[in-house]
Design a protein around this ligand. Structure first.
Ligand code: F0G
Length: 433
């Protein structure tokens, strides 16, 4: 297989070597993607190979990303791979959540089961492999928290230096703690995600540091495996809908690319529709798709779902293409809707972080509008683990959660702990009430 870099802009499509360090096209400024050509195994052989590898304990086969390497063959050899056994995340049946969302049945593909607790690990193992292949000594990213946690872990495992830039005061403590524990040099900048991304791009060029944000096309190649693994778990029967939260829109780009490529190869016979859900206070992509015209960034994005607090998502041109190619939709949901949906996912015994719960809030809205049918076959992707943001959970259940601007979030499904005396009679009386 030949792998090359190509400009995503249909009016340009300039091509570049696979080992060039590029995030944007030098000719037109467009986004860059990885393209493959040449012969590959046929669909049946691929399906069989992927299934057989699940029996193996070899690190490359045990990874839920590298198991599907024929579908992202950008490396010549695999000596640069650093794996933490990423992927391998379950598809979980969320009965109560289905009811809440207005569906007969709902499946969660839970990316929180990854080594650092979010879907970023699927992309980071590929981005890190490319960094090692290129002989990079330092990697950097700006992050709302999960990318940085993941990059810090993979850089540490690879023995390279990690430089992390965070929006000061706007990431959850759990995510910041991960970066520190994995040994990353961590800088908190007095600016928002979009402003820091511009800053980091300048620094990366100035200092020759490899950028591992989702503008890095190899991150996108890795995140395709979330879709491949989900299809494999469903014996290659695609669902009607895949629902995911949208922030910087890297995942939307990756999912669409994965689906188009799986269809081209013959691994699936139909395209599921993508439903991308944004938080109301950070919904530039939703507004753009709904209203048309020019893309307008949201200057001061606000949401308690800090993972998706992004006003100027870099990957929007790719995401737009993928939403259109899949006959998809984009919806936005309120802080209250996210908080209540999150509590319902918790009640299934599953749980997730706030950004992930935008999926169920979006599903509830889309079924109410008749866009998604009650009987539809739906997979929602939970992008991060429940324990990423325990502060949010505690505040919700104790009625102390406030949306940006100070509006109180109702604790609709609140569950408070009760302080009791060390007295069996009084505790028994309380429990029998
Ligand atoms: N869900 C979670 C838990 C995330 O951490 C992110 C993005 C998203 C959804 C949105 O995904 O950007 O591909 O549309 N987090 C990034 C970060 C921006 O820095 O960790 P997207």
């Amino acid at each position: 297989m030949l792998a090359e870099l190509v400009c995503f802009n249909p009016a340009c499509r300039a091509t570049y070597g696979i080992t060039e360090v590029l995030y944007n096209c030098p000719r037109c400024g467009g986004l860059i993607e990885v393209r493959y050509s040449g012969d590959r195994m046929d669909a049946d052989e691929l399906r069989r190979t992927f299934r057989e590898r699940r029996m193996s304990n070899a690190p490359l086969e045990a990874s839920g990303v590298w198991r599907y390497r024929e579908l992202s063959p950008f490396l010549d050899d695999y000596s640069s791979v650093v794996t933490l056994r990423e992927g391998n995340t379950p598809l979980l049946d969320g009965r109560l959540a289905a009811l809440y969302g207005g569906l007969d049945r709902l499946w969660f593909k839970h990316q929180g089961f990854n080594p650092t607790g979010s879907f970023k690990d699927n992309g980071m193992t590929c981005g890190t492999a490319q960094a090692v292949r290129l002989g990079m000594r330092r990697v950097a990213c700006v992050s709302t928290g999960n990318t940085s946690a993941s990059m810090a872990a993979y850089a540490a495992a690879a023995g390279i230096e990690a430089l992390i830039f965070l929006p000061h005061g706007n990431i959850s403590f759990g995510k910041l703690a991960q970066a520190l524990e994995y040994g990353a040099k961590t800088l908190e900048v007095e600016a928002n995600f979009d402003q820091i991304l511009a800053l980091v791009r300048v620094l990366a060029e100035k200092l020759g540091i490899y950028l591992l944000n989702s503008v890095n096309p190899f991150r996108i190649e890795g995140q395709k495996s979330i879709v491949f693994e989900m299809l494999d778990q469903r014996d290659w029967n695609p669902p009607d809908w895949i629902v995911l939260p949208g922030g910087n829109l890297g995942n939307t780009s990756a999912f669409g690319k994965a689906l188009r490529e799986a269809r081209e190869i013959g691994l699936i016979g139909k395209m599921p529709r993508l439903a991308v859900i944004q938080a109301e206070g950070a919904a530039p992509f939703h507004d753009f798709v709904k209203c048309g015209g020019e893309f307008h960034a949201v200057e001061k994005p606000e949401t308690l779902a800090t993972a998706i607090r992004i006003g100027d998502p870099v990957s929007w041109p790719k995401a737009l293409h993928e939403v259109r190619s899949s006959c998809g939709v984009v919806e936005k949901v309120s802080e209250q809707e996210i908080a209540d949906a999150k509590a319902q996912i918790g009640r299934c015994g599953i749980g997730c972080e706030p950004a992930s719960a935008a999926t169920l809030a979006g599903i509830r809205k889309l079924t109410a509008k008749g866009v998604i049918d009650r009987g539809a076959d739906v997979v929602a992707v939970l992008t991060g683990h429940l324990l990423k943001d325990p502060d949010y959970i505690y505040r919700y259940h104790t009625g102390k959660l406030e949306a940006p601007g100070g509006v109180k979030i109702r604790s609709t499904f609140g569950n408070q702990s009760v302080v009791v005396p060390n007295d069996p009679d009084r505790i028994a009386a309380l429990l029998n009430n």
